[in-house]
Design a protein around this ligand. Structure first.
Ligand code: ZN
Length: 235
């Protein structure tokens, strides 16, 4: 019995250790200088802006195929186009942390991120755990410009993905900022847009769940008081 107890205890310790091994996605450790260089070269050879699909474009609703061969020329070009679209958007708008491939008309399971340290790619990402704790927030989307949607998201998630070198990576129990972003991007990979399921507060008293950015900017405090989390820009 004592042995079993000890065994269970050590299993629990290992589990706790694993669960607490949280990776900070803001860290620059994930940024590859090679990707940055490839992007600069690609950018100089492709000076035309890459347009972002807007709501109504069928690419946003199609299923997205898993990337099977990362070295494929089409996949490599798609990846660089995606990063370039994100970089252009950030330069033009002063915000933007992530974009999914379907948003530039490429239906592959791929997300480009820039969390303030440089470009990194999540290939075939999936959510492996979601917290039961939730947050509410005003969510925006590059494909639905100047519209904010009140959303409820898990406060923390864990994900698995393939990195630019083809290695499997795990980010465990991410902070709220990266978690809400990745839930938004992962929805894109499933053909879901933020307007599909706005959060409806039981005590809404006629408060709207979908508003224009103009309206929000006019009365920021009023709208911020309706949610418990506000996005922090990284540019
Ligand atoms: Zn979006």
């Amino acid at each position: 019995m004592l042995k079993l107890h000890r065994c269970l205890f050590s299993l629990r310790s290992i589990h706790q250790l694993y669960r607490s091994k949280s990776t900070n996605a803001y860290s620059s450790e994930w940024i590859l200088p090679a990707l940055q260089q490839d992007l600069e070269k690609f950018s100089s050879l492709n000076p035309l802006p890459i347009s972002i699909c807007l709501i109504g474009d069928p690419h946003l609703r199609r299923s997205n195929e898993l990337v099977l061969n990362l070295k494929d020329d089409f996949v490599q070009a798609a990846k660089l186009r995606l990063h370039l679209a994100l970089a252009n958007f950030r330069r033009k708008n002063g915000f933007g942390r992530g974009i999914s491939a379907c948003q530039i008309g490429i239906n592959l399971s791929m997300i480009a991120l820039n969390l303030g340290y440089g470009p990194l790619t999540l290939i075939n990402p999936k959510i492996t755990w979601s917290s039961s704790d939730t947050i509410t927030m005003w969510d925006d989307c590059m494909s639905i410009p100047r519209i904010l949607v009140k959303k409820q998201r898990a406060k923390s998630i864990s994900i698995e993905y393939t990195d630019d070198n083809g290695n499997e990576q795990k980010w465990n129990e991410l902070d709220v900022s990266v978690s809400e972003l990745l839930q938004h991007e992962m929805d894109h990979l499933n053909g879901i847009l933020n307007i599909d399921k706005p959060f409806k507060d039981d005590n809404a008293n006629g408060k709207e769940s979908i508003i224009s950015m103009d309206q929000y900017e006019k009365d920021k405090n009023y709208f911020d008081q309706q949610v418990d989390y506000t996005i922090v820009p990284t540019v």
